[in-house]
Design a protein around this ligand. Structure first.
Ligand code: UDP
Ligand code: MG
Length: 312
């Protein structure tokens, strides 16, 4: 009998949890796996935690990890993976955007011998144009500038083997970009296509600022291209500056038509200033991430759990 862990990050999902659990139960009872549910309450402000506790009271296969505050989706999933016991694990959103019925297909792929089977969105429902468009552009940009193959239009909805979980647990970086890390790890990976549903109840926990941070984490963790881009801009601007110097010397010494050139001076200063600030900003993004990793604070803090976790 195979043990399958279902990892469910939860942030303000009170309207979804019961239906989610029902649908998961229905799907999983039709497979030959024994399920284990791990709900990670990521500092929800609603009644999510009470509902999870009720589920755990009724069913001993329901485990929970209650964070001391909101640590973010990727961190919540990481905590679930840290403490799950399954031979394989499913990562699934709590808002029913990832249809639980897909698990059968993913599980079959795992049984065929794939260590990773991810669900790729053929279409996405109920999300606004801006979100779809930014996601589309982001995945394609990331593919261009990273050396690893991160599949496009794929979230974290997937099944991963115990081997992958064990490697993930050895990757201590603070900026989690799980889909990138899992691609980096390798093994046999495959895709299954699906249509992404609308969120069942509640609203998205991913604000634009969270999305931007997530995107920057993904880029900085898997690509040095922005740093190289800063260097390239430096060379380009230096080349232009060199030509301008020659031109200035020519005017001063040969043609002797040196009118006070306010406009050209301003342009040069502003352009240089812009390039320098952008480059500094790029370097800063990397340094601040190094800084966070050097501090080595715990990735998350657990307030309460029915798993065997050391709590503060
Ligand atoms: N989530 C979380 N912490 C957060 C934001 C979201 O654990 O800070 C969970 C959320 O409950 C859901 C999943 O991560 O299960 C995906 O989040 P959401 O549906 O809000 O994102 P979207 O689908 O809009 O990208
Ligand atoms: Mg969602």
């Amino acid at each position: 009998m195979k043990l399958l862990s279902v990892i469910i990050p939860v942030y303000n999902e009170e309207g979804n949890l019961e239906l989610l659990f029902k649908r998961l139960e229905k799907v999983l009872s039709s497979t030959d796996a024994t399920p284990e549910y791990i709900f990670i309450n990521d500092g929800s402000l609603d009644h999510s935690m009470e509902i999870i506790r009720q589920l755990a009271m009724k069913d001993s296969r329901v485990k929970f990890i209650d964070f001391s505050r909101n640590f973010g989706h990727q961190t919540a999933v990481t905590a679930g993976l840290d403490y799950c016991n399954g031979d394989c694990a499913i990562i699934i959103d709590a808002d029913l955007q990832d249809p639980p019925e897909m698990i059968t297909e993913l599980y079959n792929k795992w049984k065929e011998g794939f260590e990773v089977a991810y669900a790729r969105r053929r279409s996405r429902q109920g999300e606004n144009f801006l979100k779809k468009w930014t996601a589309r552009v982001f995945y394609r940009l990331l593919k261009k500038i990273t050396s690893i193959q991160i599949p496009v239009d794929t979230g974290d909805f997937r099944i991963i083997d115990r081997k992958v979980i064990n490697v993930l647990k050895q990757m201590p970086e603070q900026q989690k970009f799980l889909r990138g890390q899992i691609s980096w790890i390798g093994f046999r990976q495959t895709a299954v296509e699906y249509d992404r549903d609308e969120r069942h109840a509640g609203k998205t926990g991913y604000t634009y600022s969270k999305m931007i941070r997530f995107a920057l984490d993904g880029i900085t963790s898997f690509s040095n291209f922005p740093l190289r881009f800063a260097t390239m801009m430096g060379f380009l601007v230096s080349a232009i500056a060199f030509l301008l110097i020659l031109y200035a010397l020519y005017q001063r010494l040969v043609s002797r038509e040196f009118v006070p050139g306010w406009a050209s001076l301003m342009l040069a200063i502003l352009f240089m200033g812009g390039v320098q600030l952008i480059s500094l900003g790029i370097i800063g993004e990397y340094i601040s991430r190094m800084d966070v990793n050097v501090r080595k604070r715990p990735l998350y803090i657990v307030r309460e759990s029915n798993l065997d976790i050391m709590q503060p």
